[in-house]
Design a protein around this ligand. Sequence first.
Ligand code: NAD
Length: 552
Amino acid sequence: MNEGPRTVTAPRGTTVHAQGWPQEAALRMLQNNLDPEVAEHPDELVVYGGTGKAARDWPSFEALIRTLEHLKGDETMLVQSGRPVGVFQTHEWAPRVLLANSNLVGDWANWEEFRRLEALGLTMYGQMTAGSWIYIGTQGILQGTYETFAAVAAKRFDGDLAGTITLTAGLGGMGGAQPLAVTMNGGVALCVEVDESRIRRRIDQGYLGVMADSLDHALQLAEWAKRERKPLSIGLLGNAAEIHPKILARGVPIDIVTDQTSAHDPLAYLPMGVAFEDWKAEREKDPAAFTERARESMAKHVETMVAFSDNDAEVFDYGNSIRDEARKAGYSRAFDFPGFVPAYIRPLFCEGKGPFRWVALSGDPADIAVTDRAVLDLFPENEPLARWIRLAGEKVQFQGLPARICWLGYGERDKAGLRFNELVASGEVKAPIVIGRDHLDCGSVASPYRETESMLDGSDAIADWPLLNAMVNVASGASWVSIHHGGGVGMGRSIHAGQVSVADGTPLAAQKLERVLTNDPGMGVIRHVDAGYERASEVATERSVRVPMHEH
Ligand code: NAD
């Protein structure tokens, strides 16, 4: 048996290799996460987000595949941080897979202990959708990033980013969505990245426009496009901690600043003074010293972001914990700019809105076109959604299995899920559709530097909500459910849960989908009602979400 690195792609078409479509879906989605078109470093099983993995090691991967192929429709496989550890008889409403990734007990929940355990082969970093097998490439984050920049435009620039420059860094799996999200909103994006291969990959995938030869060249292009009010995205090879201060010093008119380097994991952030080629060796040689250097550079990076904010640029943390890393290096003004959730996203969370993504298991892009039309038909009054679906259809190149994402709220996700199940049943699409989401959702995460930053009632660090979310999804009939720790913000900073459900066209799937896709976003509504958000209370009343403490 081959138990080393190998090229993995998901099977396409209607031949089932497992004992049923839910198991087949898990099998294909695990493999799809490691497709070289999808994963950032497939040889190391790394999907995205620094070291976010789909399986602990290659023998575990092979065991996952083997077990999924033989798993019966009334059995459940248990996965502990990327390794299958048991199979139990359950029942047909139960999830086929339950996953727990990277969880550590509170006092031990730090990078040092995690890495010690990882080195012993006892755990892996699951990120959010890497270890829960529902990563769909950069498109997954594109829509959220597009919405965030649209919200920035609405707040500061009359609804349009034309004539503005956004400065950011990091063109990895998530960060690679930034340039396209900015240009889709009409603006100019200047993206600093230390790894040339990432810049080229984003250009190849149509997410990035051009690569500049030098800082001068990048600034010339950016200022020209700003003057001409033309959308343009520019990749610049360099270290953000070095380049950003130079841009600040030159007085370049930067309007918006954010960041998507892998700051949540100091070993995945390249410090100043370390050559890109030496990165791996340096961090392996002395992780503690490397962490310190990375944090010092992040302090410099964040200090520059604060200076841009002092100059009246719109500056926000994009969920990578760079502010806290800078604070750890002793920079006292690190939290002088907000995170993107309190700044732009929370009102959406109050309506149970969040990421709704789906994947065509047939592998046929025509199936996604059918589902796109179904979504447009279902929500004709939702103009921003229609604009997104149209733009995505034009601009997004699929990576791996064809997929789509949009944001839907409470009362919408279940409608879309049921419609997709009908499309499968009627043969309008060729094979079942997988429906899941990122863990960055309204009721599935506790993350005080991101999704639950500055909650109205101060409940930022209460982690009961994601656990309840996972349990309600298990109780409602999801196909696989996961509880993770760390995610996009790193060890000790978040607990979050995910669910994936399979629309295989059966009446049973319809019943499950209706419950899961109602109760899962319902968690967002009740979580925000509980925290005292008026809009969430209105939504609960309007859409009959039961909240016992508010019933009289
Ligand atoms: P990634 O590891 O795929 O990419 C990070 C990129 O940053 C790499 O290409 C790396 O070369 C580059 N980089 C590292 N140090 C740099 C430096 N000093 N200067 C310039 N470039 C540098 O990670 P990703 O998946 O793109 O995620 C980026 C960050 O965003 C992570 O911290 C992730 O956890 C977080 N995240 C945010 C969201 C969100 O919704 N906002 C969601 C998921 C993850």
